[in-house]
Design a protein around this ligand. Structure first.
Ligand code: BG6
Length: 466
């Protein structure tokens, strides 16, 4: 049986994620012949047509190959579904069966919940009840898998309720809680670089590491996603998932093997050990004028957090996190700052220590900054950098995150998915910050964030590496 033969059922098919990421990712899989036989069934509340959905999809694909797009479209259909009406799922299931029989598909199914998380439980329940998604064992053919987008819930209690609902219908090996950062080439490389290079692992602890900075700054606002964003904000949109997963990958102990379940075991251990020391929040000026944002909204578009990881390896090492919309530049980066060595020079001691910088975007690079002598008749010390540029070495064309998501779900590889306990541990961290009831300070667009963050940095001795 061909594992790359599949019916994709997308809940939320008329939404932003589906048109900007999921359909374009399917387009690439079709173009690169990564799926052999397939059908796509979109489902959403609205009275839209597949033509309308594809008009929007086309705006998100560069250099369209019309033949590929029309192949994808010819295999796609749309069913209007009220996610809270069990009867609509019977109709949807009947449609899926017809499509599978028309295209001679074996019945492998990926159900993708690209909806708000409040619908995850009813969708799960009605998919199970209708038979659209059945409990399958790891070796069952055809297989059924179900994917949940982030944010998974809005706090620990809601995430736990969704997990309980899912567990009552399906097995964990069928479940994918997506964090698209885990599919990024460089992020996937963090554990590998750490654990396969003798020059890093012995130094990777509080004896040699001074602090860790993780920054995901964006130079754009919330786009047309006001309705979604205003309910969540930066802590739930970015910190609870992408940023805490980065903390976990930097902080985790050596897994028994560098694969799926072993990595997830270590990631969850670290997230459970995180303690929030302090945090601060901001909102860009003009946010409340955005479409679908409440006039007096206090939702944060900027968040900074000072965390500690309470274990022997990291005792005393601060982890600083910063994320925000409409900041000066777009960058996702991790700086691991090593401790300063005792200066043995009579003068011109280096002003800074070594850094390992892992840039996730816009470029994919690893660089190590070292101190070296300035050339010529001088004993001046200057920082130099040893760089590994991913795209220079492996070529610029690396797959987009959602292409990887779909391919990994097709392969049944779960390391890109966040396990139930991991997601709940991450909510515990974000809930701690929510319970601090922090003020939300205004900041100017294209700035470094609120003025008050200068005070915050001073108070905690943070010097962001630029
Ligand atoms: C998404 C968030 O998960 O990640 C967005 O919902 C954010 O608000 C995006 O813009 C950032 O992802 P990337 O891959 O562009 O860094």
């Amino acid at each position: 049986m061909n594992l790359n033969e599949c019916t994709f059922i997308i809940f939320g098919a008329s939404g932003h994620l589906a048109s900007s990421k999921l359909f374009p990712a399917l387009y690439v899989l079709v173009k690169e012949k990564k799926i052999s036989n397939f059908a796509v069934v979109g489902a959403a509340w609205g009275d839209v047509t597949i033509d309308e959905i594809f008009q929007s999809v086309a705006t998100h694909i560069a250099d369209i190959d019309e033949a590929v797009l029309s192949q994808l479209k010819s295999r796609s259909s749309y069913v209007r579904v009220d996610f809270t009406h069990t009867i609509d799922f019977d109709r949807l299931y009947a449609h899926v069966q017809t499509v599978e029989s028309d295209y001679n598909l074996a019945g492998n199914r990926i159900v993708y919940c690209a909806t708000a998380s409040e619908y995850f439980s009813p969708i799960t329940e009605y998919c199970a009840k209708s038979g659209l998604v059945q409990k399958t064992s790891p070796s069952t053919n055809p297989w059924h898998r179900i994917v949940y987008e982030k944010p998974f819930g809005k706090d620990l209690a809601s995430a736990h309720a969704i997990n309980t609902c899912i567990a009552s219908h399906f097995q964990e090996h069928q479940i994918y809680r997506v964090d698209h950062y885990l599919t990024k080439e460089v992020v996937g490389n963090i554990a590998l670089i750490r654990f396969t290079n003798c020059v890093f692992e012995p130094l990777w602890n509080n004896r040699y590491i001074d602090s860790v900075q993780i920054v995901v700054s964006e130079d754009a606002g919330i786009g047309g996603r006001g309705g979604y964003y205003d309910k969540y904000g930066a802590l739930k949109d970015m910190v609870q998932n992408h940023m805490l997963e980065l903390v976990a990958l930097i902080g985790m102990e050596t897994p028994e093997h560098l694969s799926g379940e072993y990595i997830r075991n270590e990631r969850v251990t670290i997230i459970k050990q995180i303690q929030v020391v302090d945090a601060m929040l901001g909102q860009y000026e003009g946010y409340t004028d955005e479409q679908d944002v409440a006039t007096h909204s206090h939702t944060e578009t900027f968040a900074q957090a000072y965390l500690r990881v309470n274990n022997r390896r990291w005792n005393g090492v601060p982890f600083y996190l910063k994320t925000g919309k409409y900041l000066k530049k777009k960058e996702a980066v991790i700086h691991v700052k090593f401790k300063q060595v005792d200066c043995l020079l009579s003068k011109n001691c280096p002003s800074d220590s070594n850094y390992l910088t892992i840039q996730i975007g816009p470029k994919a690079t690893f660089s190590l900054s070292l101190n070296a002598k300035k050339p010529g008749e001088t004993d001046e010390v200057i920082p130099v950098s040893m760089d590994f540029c991913h795209s220079c070495t492996f070529g610029a064309v690396t797959p987009e995150a959602y292409e990887v998501v779909l391919q990994e779900v097709l392969r049944g590889e779960q390391s890109i998915s966040v396990r139930f306990d991991e997601i709940e541990a991450a909510w515990t961290v974000v809930d701690q910050i929510a319970e601090m009831h922090l003020p939300v300070y205004a900041y100017k667009k294209n700035s470094d964030g609120p003025q008050e963050s200068v005070e915050f940095d001073k108070k905690h001795g943070i010097r962001w590496r630029s």
